[in-house]
Design a protein around this ligand. Sequence first.
Ligand SMILES: [Fe+2]
Ligand SMILES: [Fe+2]
Length: 329
Amino acid sequence: MSITQSPLQSDVASARYAKSVEVSKRIRWDIDRDVIRGRSLDFARRFLPDGLSKVDRLGFLDANDRRALSQIQGRTYANMFGLVERFIAAKVLDVSRDHWLGDQRALEALVRFGDEEIKHQELFRRIERMCAAGMPEGYTFVPDPNAVASAVLTKSTWAVLALTCHIELFVLAHYRESIDADGDVSELWKDVFLYHSREEAQHAIVDELEWARENAKLSPQERDAAVDDLIALVGAVDGILQAQAAADAACFVAMAGARFGEAERDHIAGTLLKAYRWQYIVSGVMEPRFRTVLFELVSPAQRARIEAAMGPLTYAVPAAPTMALPMAA
Ligand SMILES: [Fe+2]
Ligand SMILES: [Fe+2]
């Protein structure tokens, strides 16, 4: 990619920013008026669908156990978005600087993006409070959003935008492929992620534009270092997932009483970690749209480094013939 954009390229980018603003205005929603509408979470139903939670892989759990584990995972799912949106909002405001005195449609797209992420964090805090009120005590969300954001924001903008694009594309994939299709989850929980994904669709477009714009600024050496940063960020995400999966497994076992033996407890903890790696890392890396952008921006050698780093996590891909991870394609 060249350092400077041709007039045609910048016209295309400007039109995409403008389109994201237009759609953002049209679909804008309010937490209480549109999403919550005076409703509560339905604790008689599951939250995170089986397609994401993998609770159906634990054959020794009864229906009540599966529902409880789906609700714990659904609570973590909301908290995880509240967590990542802390650094995403900060990075979006950071990169908006380049547009302050430039393309005002791009600036508006980024301002709306930041504003929406701040609103989403408030929505997920509301969901956490509802979960705390309706579920047994003992749940802990381990990572601190500001500590994570401070660490993430020390990495290169290229890497942070790559991670952000990956997250926002898996949000869309999860809703499209798992959440929308499940008619048996709590209606409010489902609506939260319906409305969330509608605004995330615009964010993904802006991510792609900003990531490509940042990429064009980098020398080959800087891009090489940025790839290292991205690999480090994925490793940090995995560290968070390991800690949260262990906490959520312990929470579930404690809520269930002393009914599970050591082998069952290990199976629960292993299934949770595998499910979280699928939800927050592997499902995004497998997204064709993410792979297209990433592999256009990096060299074959950099692609090979990314694929090697991802290798140990590919066991989290669901065991279906059509879901084979084409890392070396
Ligand atoms: Fe969001
Ligand atoms: Fe977003």
